[in-house]
Design a protein around this ligand. Structure first.
Ligand code: NAD
Ligand code: ZN
Length: 258
């Protein structure tokens, strides 16, 4: 079967058929699944970095560790992060429904907002491959604590709260650029990608590695690759189906057919 690169040349009914026939479906989501919940992506047309290239420093481990001003700005950004009040959207809910129908083996998300779990996806099937913003971690002793406790300290005047145990630098438990992924999460995600029949890549530009190797793994193992994203990705030419549009519209329609 030739690879179909043309957007929307394969219809939802056909993709639903692939899902129904699959033994194992792996889903990868990126920031694009949460934009309809009011959380901007980084690199899309309305992205945080597209609008303010300087904001990229807040997600870079080197700047965070060496520049106290970056840490101060980062805590301030955390305080007002839209994820604290965001609700899951129709796209998140459709993926939870796909799991209830028995079709989701593993959901790998690059997002740190916790909205898949909030929408009803089982925490034990969700791999938060870039970590979570709901906890902080000490970069010296590794101690973890709830983010809200650290944010309370920021609100009470500690602009850059240090670790209470060892005075080390505290950071949100997210994977910054320049930081390694958690090895066991990556291994689990790679194994799932290798063993799946259908790999859905949703709302991600597929430009952040090593996560962008996952669809490649799936393809090499003979899986079908379905990409749904508002704009082009480097993997479109290798995909079996490419859908353009908003995930909040596309996913409920697809899942209803499965
Ligand atoms: P990205 O910002 O690089 O790309 C997101 C893609 O989604 C873009 O191509 C954009 O056009 C598309 N998109 C936006 N809204 C969409 C919609 N409603 N329907 C369909 N497509 C839509 O994001 P990325 O590839 O996920 O990688 C950036 C990194 O930033 C990731 O590591 C992620 O952890 C992090 N991030 C996370 C959040 C979050 O937790 N919600 C938000 C911003 C960035
Ligand atoms: Zn510490």
């Amino acid at each position: 079967m030739p690879r179909m690169a043309e957007p929307d040349s394969v219809g939802l009914e056909e993709i639903a058929g692939w899902l129904r026939a699959a033994q194992s479906v792996v889903v990868l989501t990126g920031a694009g699944i949460s934009t309809e919940s009011g959380i901007p992506d980084f690199r899309g047309p309305q992205g945080t970095w597209t609008k303010d290239p300087n904001a990229e420093k807040l997600s870079n481990l080197h700047y965070y560790m060496t520049d106290p001003e970056v840490r101060v700005a980062s805590w301030q950004a955390r305080l007002v992060h839209p994820a604290w009040t965001a609700e899951p959207n129709a796209g998140h809910r459709a993926l939870a429904e796909l799991e209830r129908k028995g079709y989701v083996d593993t959901l790998v998300t690059q997002n740190i907002d916790g909205l898949h779990q909030k929408a009803g996806s089982s925490p034990d099937r969700v791999i938060e491959i870039h970590g979570t913003m709901r906890e902080v971690v000490c970069m010296s002793c590794g101690e973890r604590a709830p983010m809200q406790r650290a944010l309370d300290r920021v609100r009470s005047g500690e602009a850059d709260p240090p670790c209470r145990t060892c005075s080390g630098v505290l950071k949100s438990a997210t994977i910054s650029f320049g930081q390694s992924l958690v090895a066991e999460d990556l291994i689990r995600a790679e194994k799932a990608a290798q063993d799946c029949d259908v790999f859905l890549a949703l709302g991600t530009m597929l430009t952040v590695y090593p996560v962008a190797y996952l669809p490649q793994r799936a393809l090499e193992a003979g899986a079908r690759l379905v990409i749904a994203n508002a704009e082009q990705t480097p993997f479109d030419g290798q995909a079996d189906a490419v859908l353009r549009g908003n995930l909040g519209d596309l996913l409920p329609g697809l899942v209803a057919l499965v």
